[in-house]
Design a protein around this ligand. Sequence first.
Ligand code: TYD
Length: 209
Amino acid sequence: MARGRFISLEGGEGVGKSTQLAALAEALTGRGITVVVTREPGGSPNAETIRTLLLEGDDTRWNSRAEALLFAAARSDHVESLIKPALDRGEWVLSDRFLDSSLAYQGQAGGLGIDAVRDLHRFGSADFLPDRTLVLQLADGEAAARARVRDGHAGDRIGSRPPSYHAAVDAGFREMAAREPQRVRLIDASGPAATVTARLLYALGDLLP
Ligand code: TYD
């Protein structure tokens, strides 16, 4: 049996990621693919426990290195206990965020550097990577983040960081697309939801059965 594919969906705050995750899962299922939808931080029982530690409490709760290590630890468990077994069964795994969130948030915006955070992934998960990473992007990510904070939709420890932090997150995702153009694709998230879903499917064209 062919191994399944691992796809991660990424993006800053307020780009319509949840809507697109559901639409993409449905589109893949419609093509006869068995899809396991998961998320980070979390996705396995142990990683969900770490998620609570990461997203609740004061912004100053963790220093930046401890925060990056917790994301890497959660990811290690998620990869071993959920993602790899599903791929071995021939299923596709669609994850709401994965490594590139750590590279963009903790590495680029948090100031640790993309390479340092990638080293944590080498240690925690043997540098296990998605077959494709789709990054939803709006032209003015900073404005979107500001609106989201203003409208009160970004209540967690990390979502509520200032617009400058979220602008740096966007820059981090663009940097990853430049470094790994075969794996990481920037997807225009503007326009009707169905159009955005079509763009996502197009970017998976070479992987589809
Ligand atoms: P979540 O409620 O899942 O937010 P969203 O709807 O934006 O995906 O919270 C996840 C938060 O954690 C989000 O602000 C991004 C952040 N995050 C990191 O900082 N690093 C990571 O490695 C991951 C996976 C998420």
